[in-house]
Write a protein that binds this ligand. Structure first.
Ligand SMILES: C[S@@+](CC[C@H](N)C(=O)[O-])C[C@H]1O[C@@H](n2cnc3c(N)ncnc32)[C@H](O)[C@@H]1O
Length: 300
């Protein structure tokens, strides 16, 4: 299994090996190790900052019926059984996954070094490892249902790293592909997070954003965030809603980052099943705003 070269996530200094699967930062003396199958690079301070979001995230996933227990469920993703309550969402996710295979991976070398940021249960890393790529899954959560702890369900070889995607513990220039899979909209400063992630790409590498809600206009994105907030209060019973990041992306913001980094960007939309499209068109009338677009944004 390929393990990338680690640096201190806080001061980006090289690490010194202090034991089997144990490192210390040569500059700030922080210590990092591998426990329960995960490399642990989430510092106490960052963990404490993310804690309210993680608590809320678990409640919401539970209420929405998104915390399945069967190992087979994880191994099949992005496919789910036809009767799955979230089958339509997963149909869109599957479409985007196929865009990734067709537009990014089909043309490339056989074994890419892929960084899967906001990996959740790491289904994408599992899929890419099964295709022979060197995958590294990063998430702040080590939960065995929604987080990297679910990696125990896969027999494929990939490296799982608990870390904040705003403090990546990787030396620069090591990955051929960096993917935010349904996760970039959780960033507090989307452009800054994307630019930092670009720093760990090797020259000529590809930056991908998959399945975050995308809008042309900020007012539609903030209206969606407002509705999501009402859902958290009303249906999920969250009294103090935690808003970890911007909550949506705009094409202009992503393309602005691509321009700054001198990358060429394109968006490949996922259209979803007919029923999903119809519901979205009706929502446009009811909510008087554009629905979010989902799909694959690629910059290279
Ligand atoms: C909607 S889930 C998507 C999970 C997975 N990629 C998938 O497609 O099912 C978003 C993920 O982003 C992670 N996340 C949010 N903010 C993060 C941060 N600052 N650092 C690392 N992971 C983060 C969450 O813990 C969560 O697992």
């Amino acid at each position: 299994m390929w393990v990338p070269r680690f640096v201190c996530p806080e001061c980006r200094t090289d690490l010194v090996e202090t034991g089997a699967e144990q490192f210390a930062c040569a500059a700030c003396s922080r210590r990092f190790d591998r426990r329960g199958g995960l490399w642990r690079f989430l510092t106490d301070t960052r963990g404490a900052r993310l804690e309210p979001f993680v608590r809320q995230y678990r409640i919401v996933r539970q209420r929405e019926g998104r915390r399945p227990a069967a190992p087979d469920y994880y191994r099949r993703l992005p496919s789910v059984a036809p009767g799955d309550p979230h089958a339509r969402d997963w149909q869109v996710r599957r479409e985007t996954y196929h865009h990734l295979l067709g537009h990014v991976l089909a043309a490339g070398e056989l074994q890419l070094r892929v960084l899967d940021l906001g990996a959740g249960s790491a289904w994408l890393s599992h899929r890419l490892a099964a295709l022979g790529h060197h995958a590294v899954a990063v998430d702040a959560i080590d939960d065995e249902v929604d987080g990297l702890g679910a990696s125990r369900h896969y027999a494929t070889p990939f490296t799982a790293v608990q870390a904040d995607f705003d403090a990546l513990p990787f030396a620069a220039g090591q990955f051929d592909l960096v993917v935010f899979n349904g996760s970039l909209h959780y960033a507090a400063d989307i452009a800054a997070t994307l630019e930092r992630a670009y720093g760990v790409l090797a020259p000529g590498g590809t930056l991908v954003v998959m399945d975050s809600p995308m809008f042309r206009a900020d007012r539609d994105g903030s209206a969606m965030v407002g509705s999501a907030r009402q859902h958290l209060i009303g249906e999920c019973g969250c009294a103090d809603v935690v808003q970890p990041g911007e909550g949506y992306l705009t094409f202009a913001r992503l393309d602005g980052v691509a321009d700054k980094l001198a990358l060429r960007a394109q968006f490949v939309p996922s259209r979803g099943p007919l029923g999903w499209r119809v519901r979205r068109s009706m929502a446009r009338i009811r909510l008087r705003r554009a629905p979010a677009a989902f799909g694959l944004w690629v910059a290279q």
